[in-house]
Each structure stands twice: as C-alpha cells, then as structure tokens.
Design a binder for this molecule. Structure first.
Ligand SMILES: [Zn+2]
Length: 207
C-alpha cells in the first residue's frame, strides 16, 4: 500500500498520531531515531538538537527505551482521542490520562523568550533528555483537543487508511488525508468499478 506523505494532517498533533502504525513496527532504537528525524522535519527540533539527543539515546539505552515506550503510548492515545472526536464519540478515559501525563511532564519546561518586537514560546532545554522531543507534541495535542478545531478533525475516507486530518477547507468537504495517495487511489478504484459495471444502451467499441 502506498503510504501518504507524513505531514499532511494539518496539525502537529495529528501528524504525530498518524505515525502510530509505523511506531508499532519499530524497535526502541528505530522508534526514537524516527521520532528525532520526524521532529526535525516538522520543525520542533533543530538538526543540532536532534543530533545531541540521538547521541544521548545511544549512551543511555534505558532512557531510550522509556521514551520509545512513551512515544508509542502518546501516539496511540492521540489517535484514539482524535478518532473518537472525528466519529462524534465520547473521549476514552485511558488515552486522555496518557495525554495529561505527558502534559504534566512537558509544561514545566515551557518558557518565554524575548523576540523583537515581543516574545515567543520556547522550551527550557537545560538538562533536557530525549523526552524533549515529546514536549511540543504533548502541548500541541492539548491545544488541539481544547480548541474549536477539534470539530474539523476527520478520518480519511479511504477503506485502507485510518489517518486523521484537520479539514481546513471552507465548506468542510475534504475527504482524504492526502490527495496524492489516498485521494488518487480512491479515484482509481471508483474508475475501475465504473468500468466493470454493466453498460446499458450503446456498446463501447473499446471495452
Ligand atoms: Zn488516507
């Protein structure tokens, strides 16, 4: 199956949650390496910071294992809460507890930095370990779940895809997580079904 591009959800928390099936297939080291590379791609870690954390993970396998575990837990929790929201279901309790645990771990590190002409949110990285990569995700998850945007969260309409996305279209008509993969695949499938359907009336010369 063609995998959609991984930053198509329209929100950091959604993109992270969409990684859940990939995380499940990875061992601890692969998962933390993927998390760091993904964080650089999504702009939550600088390449230098990610490199430093990768070295740290190498030196502290126990910490790596713990963060790998929490990474999968948070992605699963996010997926469960977002799918429930998309389906109009009440939020499941355990996933919400996981997100709250990660928020409690992340938010004490939130800090303000002066940036002319005002301030910007940043993270105090003093003494930060590998879990630093999860802080922005936990914060994004909390912000999305507590925002009006939650009503725009949808699940991909493809039968073979369970990704979620934020429908930012004005008339809320987006159906697929990624037009270039799921959207096109679905169009091709419908085209094949239409071609197989018995035709009434004129017989095509090139069936
Ligand atoms: Zn999809």
């Amino acid at each position: 199956m063609e995998i959609p591009e991984d930053l198509v959800g329209g929100h950091l928390a959604i993109d992270f949650s969409n990684c859940v099936n990939r995380f499940k297939k990875m061992d601890y080291t692969e998962r933390t390496q993927f998390l760091l590379a993904w964080s650089v791609r999504s702009g939550t870690l600088s390449p230098e910071a990610a490199e430093g954390l990768a070295e740290m993970a190498h030196r502290h396998p126990e910490a790596e294992q713990e963060v790998a575990h929490r990474t999968l837990d948070l992605a699963q929790a996010g997926r469960a809460l977002l799918q429930a929201a998309a389906g109009g279901q009440p939020p499941p309790a355990e996933p919400l507890a996981v997100v709250n645990r990660e928020l409690a771990a992340a938010l004490p590190h939130l800090a303000l930095r002066s940036e002319e002409p005002g301030f910007t949110w940043t993270w105090d990285e003093n003494g930060a370990g590998l879990e630093r990569a999860l802080w922005p995700v936990a914060r994004a998850m909390g912000e999305l779940l507590a925002s009006d945007s939650l009503s725009r969260v949808k699940e991909c309409a493809s039968d073979t895809c369970s990704w979620v996305f934020l429908d930012s279209s004005r008339n809320r008509c987006r159906r697929w997580c990624d037009m270039s993969s799921c959207g096109n695949r679905e169009k091709a499938r419908r085209h094949r079904v239409a071609r197989r359907a018995p035709t009434s009336g004129r017989v095509k010369s090139n069936p």
